[in-house]
Write a protein that binds this ligand. Structure first.
Ligand code: 6CS
Ligand code: FE
Length: 299
């Protein structure tokens, strides 16, 4: 099936026989919703670039508390053996812990913290629920990064997310430097949907969360977007946070420094954008990767 065939049934067709750059036909900041703490300039930056930084979200004391929680989780043998925990390919260190907002009550509270929840509702212009949460531990020396991708391309194809009406927050628990795997992101590329060639294999999530092989943009698409938009990098002290649109083109390098780059990552989806059947996979991914509990979050 070519992208043209798919487009009659789907505004963001992907994983057909060829790749293409399609225009995003949805807003980035949705109007008409609840007000919130984001300033006019922050919303303008988010709309134009697809992301904005929330400086000093967590106090140093809170960073310490969440860092200790992260250390506790990565040392807990039950958590390490849990299917929601992804171990690094090249070592036995924890790479990610999914559904961490349900595993850790402390991180669960953070999803309902007004400093976080109200900003998500403001950007998405509606009630929201947690689509996915994870801790990316990115240990020193052996932390491996993530190749260029759009999260929405995966969430649309494999989770059945209709529109890019979702926003992620990446909260730095350690200092994010340019040299320890800091997130790279193309400002403005969120307005282009990169349709990727290649069918989704059965049970793809069993390997894609360690290394993504399908839903990966072509080097031609990445080159075109990089020359058109450039590349910025999220760096900042522990406690700062990056809010980024679900369709941002982003990636991160490996971390060969001694400094871990550990983040809490929460994805808010609009309650008006709840998941349907996957658009390009034979079965939906498990609930701990793509929640099907659409109950809107309350403070
Ligand atoms: O597949 C996913 O849902 C996850 N994969 C990546 C590389 N980023 C978004 C998300 O956490
Ligand atoms: Fe991602």
């Amino acid at each position: 099936m070519t992208v043209a065939d798919l487009s009659t049934t789907d505004r963001y067709p992907t994983r057909g026989s060829d790749s293409a750059l399609l225009e995003r036909t949805d807003p980035t900041v949705w109007s008409g919703g609840p007000t919130g703490p984001a300033t006019r300039d922050e919303l303008a930056a988010h709309d134009t670039k697809g992301f904005h930084v929330q400086e000093g979200l967590l106090s140093p004391a809170e960073v310490q508390t969440y860092w200790q929680e992260l250390e506790r989780l990565t040392r807990d043998e039950e958590v390490r053996a849990d299917e929601r925990t992804i171990i690094e390919r090249s070592s036995d260190e924890v790479r990610s812990i999914f559904e961490v907002h349900r595993i850790s009550p402390l991180i669960g509270e953070l999803t309902r913290d007004p400093r976080v929840l109200d900003r998500a509702r403001q950007i998405l212009g509606s009630d929201v629920y947690v689509h996915q949460s994870r801790i990316n531990y990115m240990p020193g020396f052996r932390g491996t990064g993530f190749y260029w991708h759009s999260d929405f391309e995966t969430w649309h194809a494999e989770d059945g997310m209709p529109d890019p009406r979702a926003v992620s927050i990446s909260i730095a628990l350690t200092d994010n430097f340019p040299f320890n795997g800091g997130l790279m992101i193309m400002p403005g590329a969120h307005r282009t949907f990169v349709s990727c060639a290649g069918e989704t294999p059965e049970q793809n999530h069993k390997t894609s969360l360690k290394q993504q092989r399908v839903g990966v943009p072509s080097e031609e698409a990445i080159t075109k977007l990089a020359y058109e938009h450039g590349i910025e990098q999220f760096t900042g002290p522990a406690g700062s946070a990056l809010w980024f649109d679900s369709n941002c083109m982003h990636g991160s390098g490996n971390n060969i420094t001694p400094y871990p780059r550990s983040n809490i990552f929460i994805v808010f989806n609009s309650a008006e954008n709840s998941l349907v059947d996957p658009y390009a996979a034979s079965a939906p991914r498990p609930n701990h990767i793509a929640s099907r509990d659409f109950t809107p979050l309350q403070r």
